[in-house]
Ligand binder design. Structure first.
Ligand code: ATP
Length: 878
């Protein structure tokens, strides 16, 4: 038999497709591997030969394309036209300086976009999936990209198959292959060889293909092809990833476009008025063009994207991994968090709290009673090389409990003497699982699951109500309760259909109660939610009493809020749910499908919903939620793929932190929006009003462009680093569809823009009237510095500047200082004087400029004071 390496080198690609025809042993031999997996060394050498197991992406934008892209901007084109006009009228200095400004603009834009691209790329890498493989005979978790042909891969419910696999072990394994074959019904898999070379992909039942989804059961398979050699790799070609603008970016672009129309009209009017006043047409045209460039806020969408990308990077440090960038901006609008209980609100560190065996006539071991045996046998935990148990925390608790009284050897010996021959795996929908073991001449099926589920499957002789009552008492203390039962079988069920009967007419073995304490930080996080106007809701598969007890411990069930079970929910008409939904704090024993209904109903009431989920069936509700949140540790690939955000520590408190961060980022985006829009309107008003007031055009084109470069540049971006406002988590969430101009922002722009223009024009009128020789330089300086004063004042929406520490936003002070120095350079360095037609100001003039330009700063501080007074007044009155 040939080995894979020879195959790959000597055979054409079309012939690789025959793995389904081989028996498991042949496939293993052909791939040069074994059931102990590859050795690390062999895997490394294969990695060199086959490369990473990844679908190739379309090449990212290279730095050069990114840079060239900056010149495709409409504004840059206008600048080039302006430079050309200057050249035509013989003003070469202006041409050079306009071109230099265009270049500087492009460089700044390039750096910003490059930084944002890098942040997004980093996030993508972090979100790459992991796979369980067997290497050197041990289970290892490796990045899926590290898989090589011959690796033995473990599959479980919710796994996205990481490579093309020849299956060698299956337990009720069912795979959804819609992504590959378009067939929506999941396929039951087999391990025996099948078909011929022409068997269609969808019929190769012993294969699992990269990108398909394990919807039920578990299994193992040997990787036969990886990366671009997989079926999906061959048909999909290169992965295209289009950067879609976020809703906020789209709204920014929309506002920018509308403002552009206004600016164009103003510029045309300005040109007309200038001509009527007998000014030189070309000069007026240049001013009009420069005004267009300065006043159109073309940088807004880009700066928004950058601050979100940087925000996403900060969120990673807080354990929240953003998979889709718009989630950063929408986090701040969340009004309901629907969260799982186990692992998110609780620690997922279970311990057996109480145990209630029933005298069952079953003997499985000489020392262990039937309940203990069932706890060990109906259990997927594995002993790691370090001697600890690995697997589902609920099941670990069961083995560890018995491990306290018996040695590990006894446990392992029991498992070897009664090996698992078949199983119906656990799934959140059915809430139970069954394993089948040999017993004497026949078999025993051991079932465990939620108490109601097992009770419903018990033989008639048992008093179900008594068992449920006992389980209810255990649950009322906050315990998760598992019921155990068995059934003797004459023969093994042959196919999947026959498995169903195994879980009927069961004999009772007993109950086990497990406690899973709440995470200590969650109580405060719940409290923070409440003050921030966010409703936390628990949605759990657990018993209603367990859920209620935990909710009470966490103060999640205030006043008249309600607890609803899945059963009640199923019977509840939609209209009633609509009426109640805002008052329900706990949903217990719900199935993943019902989560979708809850999300939709809340959204129907105008809420913005964050929803957590970890299972394969949670994917639809994660997609439907405004923010779908998956678990980094306990979640399935499928849920992670469907989510907008991944909690790297599975912790509820992380969601609340992320919301806080999301609110901060949105606040800061609004701040630079406020800043840029106010500055731009001041520029328009200044240049437009001057001729109407009988004043000459106050600023030269290069001066306007300078102001634009300076304002749209450093200080605006530094606002994105602003810390959270003190009231960030004491105010209600913003409305998702809220206008960018809401909460008085539009008025601020109009008021302060007008004031800034008035101060500038006032300076011009005063200086002209008083016969100052350096009027234009003064006007130029006042407008520039007023903008710096403005940025300083709007650091906080409500807090006075003296309440803010400089250290809390050093980049902003750095940017301000630099911009101030640059402005001084433009005024005082002779070379710059020539370029910008400025003249050095005397000390008195400079101080006058400083005093005048601080008016805007003071006005914004007074605005805050008035606002504080007014809201204080309102609260007093109420
Ligand atoms: P939450 O949604 O709060 O995270 P959960 O997802 O942990 O809860 P499930 O895992 O769906 O809830 O469990 C639901 C019920 O199924 C549990 O109350 C328990 O009775 C039962 N159960 C949980 N794990 C197992 C298991 N490994 N074997 C059998 N039954 C189980």
């Amino acid at each position: 038999m040939e080995r894979i390496s020879e195959r790959v080198e000597t055979r054409p690609v079309a012939e690789y497709g025959n793995w389904h025809r081989l028996g498991i042993a042949e496939a293993i031999e052909g791939l040069g591997t074994s059931l102990r997996g590859l050795s690390t060394q062999e895997a490394e050498s294969r990695m060199k030969k086959f490369g990473p197991n990844a679908l190739r992406r379309k090449r990212k934008r290279s730095a050069l394309t990114l840079f060239a892209g900056q010149f495709r901007d409409f504004m840059v084109l206008i600048l080039i036209v302006a430079a050309a006009i200057s050249a035509v009228i013989g003003n070469l200095t202006d041409t050079i300086i306009i071109m230099a400004i265009a270049l500087l603009n492009a460089i700044l834009g390039f750096f910003h976009e490059y930084k944002a691209d890098r942040a997004v790329e980093e996030l993508r890498k972090l979100a790459e999936p992991w796979t369980n493989v067997i290497r050197d005979g041990q289970i290892r978790e490796i990045a899926s990209t590290g898989l090589v042909p011959g690796d033995l891969v473990l599959l479980e419910t919710g796994t996205i198959v990481p490579a093309d696999l020849r299956l060698c072990e299956i337990h009720s394994l069912r795979i959804g292959e819609a992504s590959l074959t378009g067939e929506s019904a999941p396929v039951d898999k087999v391990t025996k060889p099948i078909g011929n070379a022409h068997t269609a992909i969808g019929d190769r039942l012993n294969m699992a293909y990269k990108g398909t989804v394990v919807v039920f059961g578990r299994g193992r398979g040997i990787a036969v092809r990886t990366g671009m050699n997989t079926e999906i790799g061959r048909i999909s070609g290169l992965l295209q990833e289009k950067a879609v603008p976020t809703p906020l970016q789209r709204r920014m672009a929309e506002v920018g476009k509308r403002l552009a129309y206004v600016v164009v009209i103003v510029c045309v009017l300005l040109f007309g008025i200038g001509i009527m006043r007998g000014e030189e047409p070309v000069r007026v045209l240049l001013v009009a063009l420069s005004l267009a460039v300065a006043a159109i806020p073309e940088a807004l969408p880009a700066v928004t994207a950058i601050s979100m990308a940087i925000g996403a990077r900060r969120l990673v440090r807080k354990n929240a991994l953003i998979r889709r960038l718009p989630a950063v901006e929408t986090l701040g609008a969340v009004s309901f968090i629907c969260t799982d209980k186990t692992g998110t609100l609780t620690q997922n560190k279970m311990t057996v709290e109480s145990i209630s065996p029933y005298a069952a006539p079953l003997s499985l071991h000489s020392a262990l009673d039937p309940l203990e045996c069932a706890m060990l046998l109906n259990n997927d935990t594995r002993l790691s090389s370090e001697g600890t148990w690995k697997g589902d925390p609920t099941e670990i608790a069961l083995v560890e409990h018995i491990g306290k009284r018996y040695s590990t050897d006894i446990i392992l010996q029991l498992r070897t003497s009664l090996p698992r021959l078949a199983e119906i795996p656990f799934d959140a929908e059915r809430k139970c699982m069954t394993t089948i073991h040999p017993l004497g001449a026949g078999y025993v099926a051991l079932s465990k699951g939620a108490s109601e589920v097992i009770a419903a499957k018990l033989a008639k002789e048992y008093d179900r109500n008594e068992i449920l009552g006992q389980a209810g008492d255990m649950a009322a203390g906050g315990c998760r309760v598992l019921a155990f039962a068995y059934r003797l079988l004459q023969q093994l069920p042959e196919d999947a259909a026959a498995f169903g009967d195994v879980e009927e007419d069961l004999k009772y073995i007993g109950l086990v109660g497990l406690i899973d304490p709440p995470r200590p930080e969650v109580k405060k996080a719940i409290h923070d939610c409440t003050t921030a106007g966010i409703h936390p809701v628990m949605i759990t598969g657990d018993h209603v009493k367990t859920a209620t007890a935990i909710a009470r411990q966490l103060d999640m069930l205030p006043g008249d809020n309600k607890v609803v079970t899945g059963e009640q929910l199923a019977a509840m008409p939609q209209a009633d749910l609509g009426q109640m939904v805002e008052k329900i704090s706990v949903y217990a024993r719900v199935s993943p499908e019902q989560k979708l209904r809850i999300v939709r109903t809340l959204q129907g009431k105008g809420h913005f919903v964050a929803m957590t989920g970890d299972g394969v069936n949670d994917a639809p509700s994660l997609k439907a939620a405004n923010i779908g949140i998956a678990m980094g540790r306990a979640g399935t690939d499928v849920s992670r793929e469907a989510a907008d955000m991944i909690l790297m520590d599975d912790n509820f408190a992380t969601i609340v932190n992320a919301i806080k961060e999301g609110r901060r980022i949105y606040d800061n985006i609004r701040k630079f929006f406020k800043y840029i829009m106010t500055c731009n309107s001041a520029e328009i008003l200044t240049v437009f009003m001057a001729p109407l007031l009988g004043l000459p055009i106050p600023l030269l084109p290069v001066q306007l462009l300078w102001i634009n470069l300076v304002t749209d540049g450093l200080p605006a971006l530094a606002l994105a680093s602003e810390r959270a406002e003190p009231d960030i988590m004491t105010r209600p969430p913003r409305q998702a569809a809220e206008s960018l101009f809401s909460a008085g922002l539009g008025w601020h722009i109009a008021r302060i823009g007008l004031l800034m223009a008035a101060v500038t024009l006032g300076t011009q009128a005063f200086a002209t009237g008083a016969g100052f020789p350096r009027t234009q330089t003064m006007v130029f300086t006042v407008l520039s510095l007023s903008q710096l004063g403005h940025v300083l004042a709007i650091r906080s929406d409500h807090e006075f500047i003296f309440r803010q520490r400089i250290s809390s936003n050093l980049p902003l002070y750095g940017a301000l200082f630099l911009t101030f120095l640059l402005q001084m350079a433009v005024i005082y360095i002779p070379f710059c004087n020539a370029l910008f037609r400025t003249q050095p100001l005397s000390l008195a003039e400079l101080l006058t400029c400083l005093a005048l330009s601080s008016i805007v700063f003071h006005a914004v501080e007074v605005e805050k004071w008035v606002h504080k007074k007014r809201s204080g007044f309102k609260t007093n009155v109420l």
